[in-house]
Design a protein around this ligand. Structure first.
Ligand code: FES
Ligand SMILES: [Fe+2]
Length: 359
């Protein structure tokens, strides 16, 4: 029988049981206990920088609307019309009002209901009671988060040491470069597990392995997130292999932050990428990747190379995750063991998971 808890001692611990990676029942529990309860990253502030800017986001079946009001306040709503559940907004852009596409109910940027065509004679109806249903929104480091169940502590309190570690990167001054999405045939945890170890780098990512010092790869679990970091090799090592960071200083690092349960911040000195790992069903997951660059490097050859490099790594990860996802169904496999040296990150993730979703 697979164990119901994760042993606190990694040397004795077994990984999460395989059925949690495809069970519909577990997926439904996760939606409530993990995703609705946590602060969920929905986008970068450039999508809603000026009054009237808005964007929509689908979060585990909930359509959300994020908008900046005339008063510059950022607000979040369920993107669900209070009349008969049409959509007040689609896509993204800039608006003075949101007009539902079904019968024309019109809402202000702050969610208040303004216009209800042909509604004369309706009794016991106050427009003030039919504004868009709000959802909690907070910002950190130019990123926008929502919390669906409304009970979570303030965002900052859930980030621990992350701000202190991530804010040394120049992300705030970087500009949006590109967004790519990857529709993957695997459970969201299969993807997160893979992200949380560098163990597979030599076998799965030969290109990346040339760039980083595999032996100096450090995994640092925190209560709320895992930081993985590695020094970046410069050209002072004496060999002639061309590398992307020719004048690497000794303290130059690449930091990969994964924040429980499903988003990542990948920080390099000259680019930052954000990943949102969105479950679509037990065995389908959408990875949203966005790249940010210093303004002067937007469109430059170096930037294009950095994105192509990241895309290559991602395709390698998707391939292995989809293979693993299929094999998790094998009648021969129940659960596995952790490398003490290389899989501390997964072990930390699985403990966080079991704390909220005991067996
Ligand atoms: S559903 Fe929106 S106006 Fe009817
Ligand atoms: Fe990988």
């Amino acid at each position: 029988m697979p164990k119901l808890q994760i042993d606190l001692d990694i040397a004795h611990a077994s990984t999460l049981p395989a059925h949690l990676y495809y069970s519909q029942e577990e997926y439904d529990r996760e939606k409530k206990a993990l995703f609705a309860a946590s602060w969920q990253l929905v986008g970068h502030v450039h999508l809603a920088a000026r009054p009237g800017d808005y964007f929509t986001f689908d979060l585990l079946g909930e359509s959300l609307l994020i908008a900046r009001g005339d008063d510059s306040v950022l607000r979040g709503f369920y993107n669900v019309c209070r009349h008969r559940a049409g959509k007040p907004a689609t896509g993204c852009g800039n608006r003075k009002l949101f007009r539902c596409g079904y019968h024309g109910w019109t809402y202000r940027l702050d969610g208040a209901l303004l216009v209800t065509p042909e509604f004369e004679g309706v009794e016991d109806f106050e427009r003030a009671d039919f504004g868009l249903t709000p959802v909690r929104v907070e910002e950190w480091f130019n990123l926008i988060f929502v919390n669906l169940d409304g009970e979570a502590p303030p965002l900052r309190e859930t980030l621990g040491q992350l701000p202190a570690q991530a804010e040394r990167f120049d992300f705030r001054n970087m500009k949006f470069s590109e967004r790519r999405t990857y529709d993957m045939n695997c459970n969201w945890k299969t993807y997160v597990d893979n992200y949380l170890e560098g163990y597979h780098v030599p076998s799965i990512h030969p290109g990346l392995n040339r760039e980083i010092d595999y032996n100096a790869y450090t995994v640092e679990p925190h209560a709320e997130y895992v930081r993985q970091w590695t020094p970046i090799r410069g050209s002072q090592t004496g060999d002639a292999t061309p590398r992307r960071y020719e004048r690497a200083a000794a303290d130059l690092t690449a930091d990969y932050f994964w924040i429980f349960p499903n988003w990542m911040l990948n920080c390099y000195p000259d680019n930052v990428s954000v990943n949102i790992i969105l479950p679509l069903s037990p065995e389908r997951t959408l990875a949203i990747f966005e790249w940010y660059l210093p303004e002067k490097s937007l469109g430059s050859e170096t930037a294009e190379k950095a994105k192509a490099f990241s895309d290559e790594i991602q395709m390698e990860d998707v391939r292995i995750c989809e293979i693993v996802q299929k094999n998790l169904h094998s009648s021969s496999y129940q659960s596995g063991r952790y490398s003490v040296k290389q899989e501390k990150g997964l072990h930390a993730f699985h403990q966080m998971y079991r704390e909220l979703l005991p067996g």
